[in-house]
Design a protein around this ligand. Structure first.
Ligand SMILES: [Zn+2]
Length: 579
């Protein structure tokens, strides 16, 4: 177990969450439904200096990789704006308002005016080699209850950005991108440095995700939220890890990177960087053989060298000659030889500022140097935007406080309580508690259990209006059989009643109108009279069974049981009175 304080672990998280609106600067849909391709556009990108005359290190690096980018154009989900052949339209107001609501939830200080900026991105994921980004707010915080105790993490601020295109394929150094995702609005939330255990950091990330979803304005599902993690240890360097989608693996990823940096510091003491000699396509590490299996976090030195084959897209083989390691690079790609040599020296000299990507589980792979600061410039196609005045109400309490409350009030387990916290059904659940006498656990079981099982059956429960759910619960409160609720909700989805009266009629049609329970019990008692006489209360099971056969799904079982007991008691007391 590593003492995280002692090694000076510092972590920052950056969360990108797509908003549930159309695209940010054009009218295209953000559904990502997988529309058919109508055209492919192929481009190359070349770095240009920033306003201050600097070339961005990652842009220059990208040019050395000399890749071609293929953009798949699809109808409805992309247009000339995505292709950077037409200026951006006015900003999507709905997205802007959603970003303001997010800033509100995170106590972040919103600017009076917003300026659209372009951020240089040269990995091909943006057709124009830039991404539009808007600083919405500064500062703010998130409170969490973590394994390290209560933790308040400050935020740098919140940006509203365009999402990048998504990778469809990679082949021989070329990359295929889809334009459907390009331009989908997302909020970017960056934390200040967090000095806590990897587990606590993951809990903070989870809290940010839950709070975002609780706004009700963000997309859900795989790929709609992405986390970048910045990690460093004392004596190490800032390393940005991209693509940590799974919160469960986040602690292992952080731990692995911290260990990798500690291992690199240790390895650098061997002085191998000075023993790297290149002769054309052959690179020799003098005395490197015994270090090949040296651990580097979740990887080894050998693996890190072999990874360069993927990183620089060139064939690479490795042999041991005596005490040396000999690396042979693929021919005809001479321009890349020095990249490999430099990178190798970098690894052997200790940690370096770099971007890495999660490849499998908690293992990461080098992707490129960390972008420098020289990559922002103003977007002159969009004028500054004034802050709209919105009434956002009070800031809600921290997520974990509300989740705890829901857990207790509705007798839920932790994950169901979290689910209810971010669900639009939470409002209906709260209303049902106020307006009916139903037990909270029952309300939760209908809203979370019954609806889910209907959804699994293929019923479109998303069509259910809030009032329809609430009215159904009220019917149950008034004695409508619980057994019939699932069937009723299904019917409501199909028939879509437009008012309470119509819904009531549907409910009645399902249970065959009013059931005269007393009459049925009377009939059964008469039929079973002999049995009741001989067994007394012992006849309860048989009578109950007979009555239920006629009223199942029409009258609540508990009510039937009560009435049968009453009828039996009455019959027995009169018969004993006579004798
Ligand atoms: Zn478009």
């Amino acid at each position: 177990m590593i003492d995280w304080k002692a090694v000076g672990l510092k972590v920052g998280i950056e969360i990108h969450q797509q908003l549930e609106t159309g695209k940010l600067f054009c009218g295209c849909s953000s559904d990502m439904k997988g529309e058919p391709e109508i055209m492919e556009v192929v481009r190359k990108q070349h770095p240009v200096p920033s306003e201050l005359g600097y070339y961005d290190v990652s842009a220059t690096y990208e040019e050395l990789r000399n890749r071609r980018f293929h953009y798949s154009v699809v109808a409805r989900e992309s247009c000339l704006v995505e292709l950077d052949e037409e200026p951006p339209h006015d900003i999507n107001r709905e997205a802007l308002e959603a970003a303001l609501l997010v800033a509100h939830y995170f106590h972040s200080w919103v600017f009076d005016e917003f300026h659209v900026m372009r951020k240089t991105i040269t990995d091909g994921s943006n057709t124009g080699a830039f991404q539009r980004t808007i600083m919405i707010s500064k500062g703010g915080y998130i409170d969490s209850a973590t394994v390290d105790g209560d933790l308040r993490v400050s935020l740098e601020g919140i940006n509203l950005e365009e999402d990048a295109a998504n990778i469809l394929w990679k082949k021989d150094g070329d990359v295929g991108y889809g334009l459907s995702r390009l331009g989908i609005p997302l909020v970017e939330i960056g934390t200040d440095v967090i000095e806590a255990s990897p587990e606590a950091v993951a809990e903070v990330a989870k809290g940010i995700g839950l709070t975002l979803r609780a706004t009700g304005r963000v997309k859900r599902g795989l790929g709609t939220i992405r986390q970048d993690i910045n990690v460093s240890v004392r004596g190490g360097k800032r390393v940005e890890i991209k693509g940590a989608q799974d919160l469960r693996s986040m602690p292992a990823v952080i731990e692995g990177e911290a260990k990798r940096q500690l291992d690199l510091i240790e390895l650098s003491r061997a002085g191998l960087a000075h023993a790297v000699k290149r002769n054309g396509a052959i690179i020799r590490i003098g005395g490197g053989a015994k270090y090949l299996s040296y651990p580097l976090g979740n990887s080894t030195l050998e693996q890190e060298i072999r990874d360069m084959e993927t990183v620089f897209i060139l064939p690479l083989s490795m042999e041991i000659e005596g005490d040396d390691v000999v690396i042979k690079l693929g021919e005809d790609i001479e321009s890349k030889y020095s990249l490999v040599e430099e990178r190798l020296k970098e690894i052997l000299s200790g940690p370096s500022e770099e971007t890495r990507a999660v490849v499998s589980g908690a293992r990461t792979i080098y992707t490129r140097p960390l972008p420098g600061g020289a990559r922002m410039y103003p977007e002159t196609d969009v004028p500054p935007i004034s802050r709209p005045s919105l009434d956002l109400g009070p800031v809600p309490p921290p997520y974990y406080v509300v989740v705890n409350e829901l857990r207790h009030r509705f007798s839920l387990d932790q994950s169901s309580a979290e689910e209810l916290y971010v669900s639009p059904l939470r409002l209906i659940a709260e209303k049902a508690l106020k307006e009916t006498h139903l037990p909270p656990a029952y309300v939760a079981s209908v809203l979370m259990g019954t609806l889910k099982s209907l959804e699994r059956e293929g019923v479109q429960v998303s069509l259910l209006a809030d009032w329809q759910l609430l009215s159904t619960l009220k019917l149950v409160d008034g004695g409508y059989p619980k057994e019939a609720v699932e069937g009723l909700l299904k019917l409501v989805c199909e028939r879509r009643p437009s008012d309470e009266e119509q819904l009531k009629a549907l409910a009645d049609s399902l249970v065959g109108g009013e059931v005269d329970l007393q009459k049925i019990i009377g009939e059964v008692m008469e039929r079973d009279a002999q049995l009741v006489k001989s067994k007394g209360m012992g006849a309860y099971g048989a009578v109950m069974g007979d009555v239920m056969r006629s009223v199942r799904g029409k009258v609540d079982g508990k009510k039937v049981s009560e009435e049968v007991k009453k009828a039996l008691e009455k019959a027995l007391s009169t018969s004993s009175g006579r004798s």
